[in-house]
Design a protein around this ligand. Sequence first.
Ligand code: NOJ
Ligand code: CA
Length: 551
Amino acid sequence: MHTHIEHDQQPWWQKTVIYQIYPRSFQDSNGDGIGDLKGITSRLDYLSQTLGVDAIWLSPFFVSPMADFGYDVADYTDVDPSFGTLSDFDELLHQAHRRGLKVIIDYVPNHTSDQHPWFLESRSSRDNPKRDWYIWADPKPDGSPPNNWLSIFGGPAWEWDAETGQYYLHSFLKEQPDLNWRNPAVRQAMFDVLRFWLDKGVDGFRIDVAHFIMKDPLLRDNPLRTGSEWSLHKPFGDYESQIHLYDQNHPDVHEVYREMRQLLDSYNHDQPRFSIGEVHIYDLQKWVDFYGKDLDELHMPFNFQLLKTDWQAQAIRQSVDALEKALPEGAWPNYVLGNHDEPRLASRIGPQACRLAAMLLLTLRGTPTLYYGDEIGMVDVFIPREAQQDPLGKNLPGLGRDPCRTPMQWDGSRHAGFAPPSVAATWLPLAPDSREKNVEKQLADPRSLLNLYRRLLAFRQSSPALLRGNYLPLDNVPQDIFAYLRHLPDLAPVLISLNFSSRPIEITLPELMGGRILLSTELDREGQIHSDRLDLRPFEGMMLIPGKRMS
Ligand code: NOJ
Ligand code: CA
């Protein structure tokens, strides 16, 4: 059983829906074909009023050589000129807060850019005071790298520095050297970065590869993988040949997040400041550790389980049940169906299933993250070789993330309203379907996917059962149906029933008799139910108030 919290005591980050913006691709305000902060500010009314989300997460907009499009930071406390200025950010924050939108920004603690002044100093000589700010090690006697660790982005995780005769560690690109979080000065400097943004009033941080910041101090070789001892949510080339025992997630990581949580909590004067960590650990027992033993670490680690779960009723139910079971008392769940590193949801599960996905995401217990463009069903865009941007795709063909990062499709004009029509080219090409699939068109169509998202978001915000009710899966339904109740004592529960199949299915439940349909994913039926049966059309989801009181 979960403890019940009164609405006004429920912290904002549990009631919110997080909308992720990839700043390069949301709105270009100055006609260089690259999205920017002023562009985002100009679309805040869409987010807060038209769509109805209440928090945005901005992927990095900090000073960067863009080797990994902003995840290689050269100055954590300033804005890259391609995105605007610090005062553009202040204005964005101000305008967002005026509209009741919380602003979560990206925090990249594991690595800086190789152009960051800290690294330039660190690599300048072995006795530079900042040498130990990064992870340097001697070669093996034969000159080869210190151990067998691999970069996720391909090749060894070590780069030779001829000048000073040592290797430095980079878990990602060689342009992204790993910081040494065991050095107190690094911790101090990186906590100062948090203070800088907290003082400005940002509401929280999304922490990039949060589990990576502590590694084995002895730099031991990773064991080789022989079976399924370790896994990610998708294939990752040679990186999968090892069990990543020593190059990430050292137990000391937890002490850092306890300290970070204290810092965030010291800013809690009016509203909690929030942290959500990118933690790609698929062993739930290890994953929950990031909440902290006394819920004193991250507010939440991102739950990516559904990214690797078959799009099938029983599989999804099992994933949700397993998560609910694994959560420590009082810990809050969350769900992710897409982000800037993954194939687009509509491409992964198919366009027909998108409506069901919307209902699932917005009715499960927990905080949903919605990736920009998924509300209109944007799909992966084929990027010809000469237009490819993502370094991951260049190193490991097939794993490139450009297809899910194309410009937002606002209207049917040239460049889809993302950039002025006169612009020669946008940084990534627009989807070929942007003339038919865009915000303007879908707003005009009462039964569009976008209008389904709007209805679901509005329901969610006004329903205590959806916002904080318990989750109770229903057993007596056919294989292809995932049905659950969200309920609170003394309040009308909500029953959600999702048909994952391409066939019509009839369900029979005593709770249906006398119930009332609130919303169908087809947006074409509502009202009383006069039987204990209900027909669900192919891929149809239904939200209803049961007729009988549930306990
Ligand atoms: C995870 C981010 O989401 C991804 O986009 C980035 O390339 C890596 N971390 C490295 O920062
Ligand atoms: Ca621009």
